[in-house]
Write a protein that binds this ligand. Structure first.
Ligand code: PAF
Length: 284
């Protein structure tokens, strides 16, 4: 396994692999790898002849006052997990390499997919994600790229971007990986105190309650949201940014729940912002 930090070198290596007929599977991350990332790498190993991982805490997707400076980082640990997962090549650039002085090109996906939910709470976030993912695709030139469904809206936006810009890459969405008690795996979970960690179980529990209601025949989105919100607000340290039931394709709110309905939520546990989601009826 090699680690490359230089863009030209990375591009040269990936192009040579493509020219040698190798299929490149790519997992972009911000590092501090957990089981969720490892599941992407495991699938990536099956999807390609060569498995590429990028580790880059992308400054342009963090807003003012967000956790860019404190975002957990441990490259040595990531490197050894990547080796165990069968990664062939790690791309590990610095922020100055990706965004050199006088950098001024950004990409944004417009419309309901990015204006709502995370887009409404974190202005500029998706512009930063779209920009860095497009750059990473240009550098790594993957045949297939894998993303977790925990970042449901990010995945929807990336699919849209790839369609709109005719990017020659297949996007594969992968299931959310949870701790045994149901908390969705996230690099940010390390910020949680024991008490916040315990209270955060309400996220998955409120999604499960909603799915039980929907699968039991309740189709009124407002009634389902009421029950979920109640579960979240019984925890004293959780502050709800949003709980919504949306159409999985457009991310527009729905009134009547159907097979394409997904519940998405964002909650602050103390200073840690957590997101989670679940299809209400469809099992994926
Ligand atoms: O999901 C993430 O970790 C990041 O948003 C991504 C896709 C690596 C872009 O920085």
């Amino acid at each position: 396994m090699d680690t490359v930090s230089d863009i030209t070198e990375m591009q040269r290596r990936c192009l040579a692999l493509r020219e040698a007929g190798k299929r490149i599977a790519f997992v972009p991350t911000m590092g501090f790898l957990h089981e969720g990332h490892l599941s992407l790498l495991q699938e990536g190993r099956k999807q390609g002849d060569v498995l590429v991982l990028s580790i880059f805490v992308n400054p342009t997707q963090f807003g003012e006052g967000e956790d860019l400076d404190t975002y957990p980082r441990d490259f040595e640990r990531d490197e050894s997990l990547a080796r165990e997962a069968g990664v062939d090549l790690i791309f590990y650039p610095t922020a100055e390499t990706v965004y050199p002085a006088n950098y001024c090109s950004y990409l944004s996906v417009e419309g309901s997919l990015t204006e709502t939910l995370e887009g409404a709470c974190r202005p500029g976030h998706f512009r930063g994600v779209a920009t860095v993912v497009a750059k990473l695709f240009n550098i790594v030139q993957p045949h297939v790229a894998l993303f977790g469904r925990k970042d449901f809206q990010q995945l929807a936006m990336i699919r849209q971007m790839v369609r709109d810009f005719n990017m020659p890459v297949e996007i594969k969405g992968m299931p959310i990986i949870r701790e045994t008690d149901g908390l969705a795996m996230s690099s940010r979970n390390v910020y949680l105190s024991d008490d916040e960690r315990r209270q955060s179980l309400a996220l998955n529990q409120s999604l499960t309650l909603a799915a039980e209601l929907a699968r039991g025949g309740e189709s009124n989105a407002h009634k389902i949201l009421e029950v979920s919100l109640k579960r979240l607000t019984t925890e004293p340290d959780l502050v709800v940014d949003y709980v919504k039931i949306c159409n999985a394709d457009t991310l527009e709110d729905v009134e009547i729940v159907d097979q394409r309905s997904v519940m998405l939520l964002a909650v602050k546990a103390g200073t840690t912002r957590l997101i989670d989601n679940n299809y209400l009826i469809a099992k994926v």
